[in-house]
Write a new protein. Sequence first.
Length: 339
Amino acid sequence: MEDAHAASADAWEQICSESFVPLRVGRISEGFRGSVTRVPVTPGVTVSEVRSGASQVLRTARLTRSTPSEDYLFVVHLGGVGFVEQDSRRALLPIRGGILYDSSRPYTLSFPETDIRELVLQVPRSLLGHGDRESRERCGHAISADIPALRVLGAMMTEILRVPEEAASEHASGPAWKPAPDPSVGWAMGELLSSVLDTAFRPPAHGPQALGRTATLRVIQAHITEHLADPELTPATLAARHSVSLRHLHALFAGTGTTPAAHIRQERLRLAHRQLSRPSNRHLTIAAIARRSGFTDLTTFTRAFRRAYDRTPSEHRAATPPTAGTASMATTSGSRSPK
């Protein structure tokens, strides 16, 4: 995770250029403060959080010629007033909505007010298989926050930014911690972004199934990850939330060798395992961690945890050193994958 701060136009220009693509800063507000927190996901794919005061940032025609790039930048806008201009279009950024712009062509980002906060996903345009025509059709248009895949993508970006921060704090007394690149995460984010854009510009004719089985499954899996603590998360509520039948939901998960209920249970156990392994959670009771992981009954939780890890939650906590970082389920001594 990379974290950079600026208090001047020159410093902000340098940080933005190093974090994304070469840019120019046109103006900033008096007393300006800006920061970029950046997490590489896979080579060519990064997630960033941008916070800043009022400013104007430009990718000029000269820069597109001197420093060519074929990256997409997709913004989930979380706070403040902002505008994006590209291809003779000027769009107001909707709160929790999104917008796409292409670094191969000039664009301008204008933020007339302070307290700007955005999440930025940077991916190679080739990851989505887009040519120039699709890029020009889809860039510079505000995308509604009502699109389910956009909400899931925003939650995934938030989680990617949060996990390294937690891990780094737990490893504060040891060597610097860096997240391991995970190609599957970069691929999944590309699938989600494709779903967002397809929904925004080519609405599916027959509901979520028209997004494709793989994309639909990824959206549902991401929703599960985001809502594990909700005791009402069940196959039935999942099917209703994503407008698919229970039969179709089971067919989607059958391709991965599991069922919706088993996947929910497995992910809840993984979450509980991580929570129990964190020294910062020592003050929490086993029952509290069970509730945080979506289990409403302590006995059921204890039995499931023991089946998965060959020891009870209390035994696992007792075996975890007070200064240990988050343990990996796959490498925990005496553990096996939840069934």
